[in-house]
Design a protein around this ligand. Structure first.
Ligand code: AMP
Length: 398
């Protein structure tokens, strides 16, 4: 059973809370997108409003186990103070040892202590037991609110739980598990998955797993060309993974023998080079000229996909339909995002996996018009693959 933070007594207690404050910070130290920080506020408030001490631990970037000033969490502490003006936010310049213990012992109920980047220590990613014990030294309760790192068995997500009596899930973690879990276990049907992104290799397992639960799977993005070529279609200079052709063919074959509909685009926007200023044309996928590359799904496919999405009961979306970062190749992704918003308005449950699709829906200003935008790209994919997330399993106690 996984306990929830709101059911755990925290008054006067030090609640070590794993958060995901891996936010983009500009060279001048400015946080350019604070969504991840804001999303943890309900959990932090749940602790401090009940007279607990919220001791926050997070990673930021990839400092490779060394102290790297470019990856300090100090700007996040300053920003957090502006978001929670009624509470004292203290920054501890190390996440373990003297700096951490003295900052936490000086804290009063209702205070927040943000510990320095946990990845300044190589022991974090190695899930080192001694380091996990050192982290646990400042905890009466451990709360995990970092869904985005729950697929990694690190000291601050897994190791630490062995050394703290009370462990629980934060509100954001609960929300992630509720949406993704319900989509898989008891989806309102039809259940539609939209899978895109550059390569098939990172998403084979999720496609395979979704074939058993979904009614329809819509394929877009660079990976569509490996599927098409596996059917003997000539795709010009489009992105193809030659070592995945056989696998793509076998997935299509498997789909023919199951109830799932696995749909591929019928048209594509091709360009004469990988460039926003390239010459473009719309062609049928069977008519891609030599030397041209498909960089988006075409209007006919986008409309057909939109129709499937609009009539779905549940939609799970992971990966853009095209190179949405370049305006000439953003239309397919945009139409999928619009259809998700429409489906939501009609009562469907719509879930956007993290990473690029989350970036796309935010870029289009539609993030608030879908049911849930996951904060974890890799974690949400692994969850949809049916894998157990080590950070979640570690919270499960009899
Ligand atoms: P992924 O990280 O695998 O989800 O891939 C996301 C990236 O795929 C985005 O940066 C897109 O620009 C890229 N992408 C989408 N469609 C294509 C395409 N047809 N060709 C090349 N890259 C693509």
């Amino acid at each position: 059973m996984i306990r929830n933070i709101q059911d755990v007594p925290v008054t006067g207690k030090r609640v070590l809370t794993r958060v995901d404050f891996n936010v983009p910070i500009s060279a001048s130290g400015e946080i350019t997108d604070d969504t991840r920080i804001r999303e943890t506020l309900p959990t932090i408030r749940s602790i401090v409003d009940r007279g607990g001490i919220a001791v926050l631990v997070s990673h930021l970037g990839r400092p490779k186990g060394m102290v790297a000033p470019a990856f300090t969490l100090k700007p996040v502490a300053d920003h957090l103070q502006t978001l929670l003006p009624d509470h004292r936010v203290v920054f501890a310049p190390d996440c373990v040892g003297e700096h951490a213990t003295s900052a936490v012992s000086a804290a009063q109920p209702g205070d927040i202590v943000l510990l320095e980047n946990v990845r300044f220590h190589a022991e974090e990613e190695a899930n080192d037991a001694r380091f996990a014990t050192a982290l646990a030294a400042v905890a009466d309760v451990f709360c995990n609110d970092a869904f985005g790192t729950a697929h990694r068995a690190h000291a601050s997500t897994v190791g630490v739980t062995a050394h703290v009596q009370d462990v629980c899930a934060g509100l954001l973690m609960q929300k992630e598990l509720a949406y993704l879990g319900a989509a898989l276990r008891e989806p309102r049907r039809p259940l539609v998955a939209v899978i895109g992104g550059s390569k098939i290799s990172g998403k084979i397992d999720v496609i395979r797993s979704l074939m058993h639960s979904c009614d329809t799977i819509l394929i877009g993005g660079g990976m569509m060309f490996t599927f098409l070529q596996s059917q003997g279609i000539s795709v010009g200079s489009s992105l193809v993974e030659p070592d995945r052709l056989e696998l793509a063919a076998s997935l299509l074959e498997e789909a023919r023998h199951t109830a799932v509909r696995l749909l591929l685009p019928t048209d594509t926007i091709v360009a004469d080079r990988f460039d926003a200023q390239a010459a473009t044309q719309v062609v049928a996928v069977t008519e891609i000229p030599d030397g041209w590359m498909g960089l988006d799904v075409g209007p006919e496919s986008a409309a057909a996909y939109g129709e499937v999405i609009r009539t779905a009961g549940t939609v799970v979306w992971n990966g853009p339909m095209g190179v949405f970062e370049m305006p000439p190749f953003a239309a397919g992704t945009r139409q999928v995002a619009d259809a998700l918003a429409e489906a939501t308005a009609r009562g469907a449950i719509t879930i956007v996996g993290g990473g690029d699709s989350a970036a796309a829906i935010t870029q289009f200003g539609l993030a608030s018009r879908v049911s849930h935008v996951s904060t974890g790209g890799g974690a949400s994919l692994e969850f949809l693959e049916g894998k157990e997330l080590p950070g979640v399993v570690a919270l499960d106690r009899p």
